[in-house]
Ligand binder design. Structure first.
Ligand SMILES: Cc1ncc(COP(=O)(O)O)c(C=O)c1O
Length: 339
């Protein structure tokens, strides 16, 4: 049987032998007691990378977002975010269930919110009828936006508007290192105007688990309390932090390979007449008639991916697929179209 080209997500990667070696040799302690040296090293490294004072290591991107929302809001406050933002679509309603926050969504092309749309969503200040607009949450790159990189000039404007309205700002940067590599703008710059920024090790960076939340010392100290409350404080977490440190060293620059493969596949599919959105990073979206049936036919031809709508497929390039995926995907789409 032909090996499957699995493009369902960049979360499916397995740790490389070198990553496993880094994990097994990581010095360990008890991170809940604050003495796991590998976690401490990772948190310091990430805080420096993001240009923030402090960082806290957490099990998942979902928990990083929930902690950020909990730290920045009080129950009944409103979070303004894009209508396709991850915390709104895919985090099981955690922001409402656990932080008591109300989510106010804003439309915009490929996950990008315009300044006018943000201004229109902010509640009038001081009127007791309204919830307090308390947090702006952006996503970079934008998952449902097909790995769209947030345009920095626009981000700068959005953060300035939020700040002048007395709102805090959080960047869900699950894949922000993809944006860093593709744009050439360092994380410190991309995260500059945000109070907090999170990013994931378990996506393009190839780790089995783990995310980080970076921000001011007091917000991160409070975030540690929320992490504990949520049951996300881990003991010998250095095993996972060791994987993350290895990934920061060896798996960041190579993200460009994923972006190149996504672009090359997109070009091939476009030449073959498929409707695509040109990818900016590692996520490629393709429009097909009857996406669920197309997914089944692609599987028969050796490619696994998800339908993200009735007529749209998502393919995510990652560490565990190589150059052979480009031709393999183009061939499989041609065959699947024939039936
Ligand atoms: C943009 C974004 N934020 C947050 C998350 C949540 O990460 P996790 O799956 O680690 O909870 C994801 C996961 O795909 C994501 O794409």
């Amino acid at each position: 049987m032909r090996a499957m080209i699995d493009l369902r997500s960049d979360t499916i990667t397995r740790p490389t032998p070198a990553m496993l070696a880094a994990m097994s040799s990581a010095p360990l302690g008890d991170d809940v007691l604050g003495d796991d040296p590998t976690v401490i090293a990772l948190e310091r490294r990430c805080a420096a990378l993001a240009g923030k004072e402090a960082a806290v290591f957490v099990p998942s991107g979902t928990m990083a977002n929930l902690i950020a929302i909990s730290v920045h809001t009080r129950p009944g406050d409103e979070v303004v975010l894009h209508e396709h933002a991850h915390p709104f679509l895919y985090e099981a309603g955690g922001a409402s269930a656990y932080a008591g926050a109300q989510l106010r969504t804003v439309a915009g092309p490929r996950g990008v919110m315009t300044p006018d749309a943000l201004m229109a969503a902010i509640r009038p200040y001081g009127d007791p009828h309204f919830p307090r607009s308390r947090l702006l949450c952006l996503e970079d790159t934008h998952n449902r936006g097909g790995g769209k990189i947030q345009p920095l000039e626009n981000t700068d404007k959005l953060c300035a508007i939020a700040r002048s309205a007395g709102m805090a700002t959080h960047l869900d940067g699950a894949r922000v290192l993809n944006a860093v590599v593709a744009s050439g703008e360092p994380l410190e710059r991309r995260a500059r105007d945000f109070d907090t920024v999170s990013f994931c090790f378990s996506k393009g960076l190839g780790c089995p688990a783990g995310s980080i939340l970076c921000g001011p010392k007091d917000a991160i100290a409070e975030g540690r309390r929320v992490r504990k409350r949520l049951g996300g404080a881990m003991r010998q977490a250095g095993v996972l932090a060791g994987a993350a440190l290895h990934a920061l060293e060896h798996h960041v620059a190579r993200l460009e390979e994923d972006h190149r493969r996504a672009r090359e596949t997109a070009m091939g599919l476009m030449i073959d007449g498929f409707q695509i959105e040109m990818p900016e990073t590692n996520i490629l979206q393709v429009d097909v008639p009857d996406a669920p049936a197309f997914v089944e036919r692609l599987r028969e031809h050796g490619v696994s991916c998800f339908a993200i709508g009735p007529g749209r497929l998502r393919l995510v390039f990652h560490l565990d697929v190589g150059d052979e995926a480009v031709d393999g995907v183009i061939r499989a789409f041609g065959a699947a179209r024939k039936g």
